[in-house]
Design a protein around this ligand. Structure first.
Ligand SMILES: *Cc1c(COP(=O)(O)O)cnc(C)c1O
Length: 435
């Protein structure tokens, strides 16, 4: 980092402080992870200099022969990781990938059916402040309020809602849902009404890649993802079509004199539909991360993510916390704090003072506003990357509980901060700024 340090001390200093924060703190935000140094090196490379609109072998610019190699490797590895027919690795982010899905399958004003945002759904699945809710008509399914399936999706209700609102597309996927999805049941609902089925696996892509959560690809017409959450790659997005998904969508009307297939339509929604030049340095970093995801160590990692997440959820339940749906199948839990007398917002702030980073989150049927919320979302992917195991996560729950039950006691909070620094010291992260 010597060049940056000399040329731009202000930015270097911000970077140095952020690295210390990442090193010393406890990162429990469920959507975050730590990438490897090879991934970072590909990202911080001269590939950022290259314009490469188009696809490998069919670019609108000269000089693309070497970035083509990187993108071809990224695509081949992604196909191996997810056992799929087609991928596009160019979306700049999860939201861009999702925009390409809407652009391909929906016309403005069309109805789609997605998971209620207040029940774990994502902004890009119909929020009124997002393009998805502005341009299209969003209808929702949700999770059960009570009973044995409290906090879980009831597929009979999804079907009832689909028959009522007749969506052109059904979306699956969430940013705060701790259970797996019944993709086969979603597909049969979609087939019954002739709707497209789209899975946004942004959060769980790494767990699906490791084949420890159900695979959406055989059931869905289109799958989108981020590459930076459990998949542990650079910040970015991707679209995928499974081996069966593609050929069950029916024929597409001819465009410019010949019939296009769906994968070509999705490709052209990404570029030129949504984006200009792809980020070739990020695509190279995606290739590196997909290579890592093909190693046996990645399966070990993903299994540990889930074991740690379950250990954490159980430890919260043992301490009298209300874990939404009673537990977790994946890398995250949603904790309803209403019986603990603290809001999500206050919990996020006070945990932050002890160097524990979580995010406040709406819980299903929340009585607080989205700015306050009644819950927090807690995930295991980042600290699992640093090497922590179940015992460490049980210690973490103990420390979180101490903070939340002593939110106004500065000496307890400073004790906990000390304990957090001792814990994170044992699992070193990056020292590259000073190296
Ligand atoms: C994180 C997330 C996204 C958005 O990803 P960005 O890269 O932040 O745009 C989309 N969908 C779901 C379900 C997510 O969790």
């Amino acid at each position: 980092m010597s060049h940056l340090k000399q040329a731009d001390p202000a930015i270097y200093s911000a970077l140095e402080k952020e690295v210390s924060r990442q090193n010393e703190g406890l990162e429990l935000i469920a959507s975050e992870n730590f990438v490897s140094r090879p991934v970072m090196q590909a990202m911080g490379s001269p590939l950022t200099n290259k314009y490469a609109e188009g696809l490998p072998g069919k670019r609108y610019y000269g000089g693309c022969q070497f970035v083509d190699i990187a993108e071809d490797i990224a695509r081949d590895r992604a196909k191996q990781v997810f056992n799929c027919e087609w991928v596009n690795v160019q979306p700049h982010s999860g939201a861009s990938a999702n925009a390409a899905v809407y652009l391909t399958l929906m016309k403005p004003g069309d109805v789609f059916l997605g998971l209620n945002l207040a029940h774990g759904g994502h902004l890009t699945h119909g929020s009124p402040v997002n393009f998805s809710g502005i341009l299209y008509k969003a209808e929702y399914y949700g999770v059960e309020p009570d009973g044995p399936d409290a906090g879980r999706i009831d597929m009979n209700k999804v079907r009832d809602q689909a028959l009522k609102v007749r969506p052109r597309m059904i979306s699956i996927g969430a940013s705060a849902y701790s259970r797996d999805f019944d993709y086969a049941a979603f597909r049969s609902v979609a087939d019954e009404i002739g709707a497209f089925l789209w899975m946004d696996m942004a959060h769980t892509a790494g767990l699906i890649a490791a084949k420890i959560m159900k695979d959406p690809l055989p059931h869905c017409h289109i799958v989108s993802t981020t590459t930076h959450k459990t998949l542990r790659g650079p910040r970015g997005g991707m679209l995928l079509i499974g081996k069966d998904g593609a050929n069950t969508m029916g024929k597409v009307a001819p465009k410019s004199g010949r019939t296009k297939n769906w994968s070509e339509l999705f490709d052209s929604s990404v570029f030129p539909g949504m984006q200009g030049g792809p980020l070739m340095h990020v695509i190279a970093a995606k290739a590196v991360a997909f290579g890592e995801a093909l190693e046996p160590e990645f399966i070990t990692y993903a299994k540990q993510v889930i074991s740690n997440s379950k250990a954490m959820a159980n430890a919260f339940v043992e301490r009298g916390y209300d874990v939404v749906s009673g537990g977790t199948d994946n890398h995250l839990s949603l904790i309803d704090l209403r019986n603990k007398g603290i809001t999500g917002k206050d919990a996020e702030i006070v945990l932050g003072t002890a160097d524990i980073t979580v995010n406040k989150n709406m819980v299903p049927y929340d009585t607080e506003s989205p700015f306050v919320t009644s819950g927090i979302r807690i995930g295991s992917p980042a600290m699992t990357t640093r090497g922590m195991g179940e015992d460490d996560f049980r210690t973490i729950v103990h420390l979180i509980d101490r903070v939340l039950t002593n939110a106004h006691n500065d000496s307890v909070i400073s004790d906990v901060r000390g304990a957090i620094h001792e814990l994170t010291d044992r699992f070193p992260l990056y020292d590259f700024v000073t190296a």
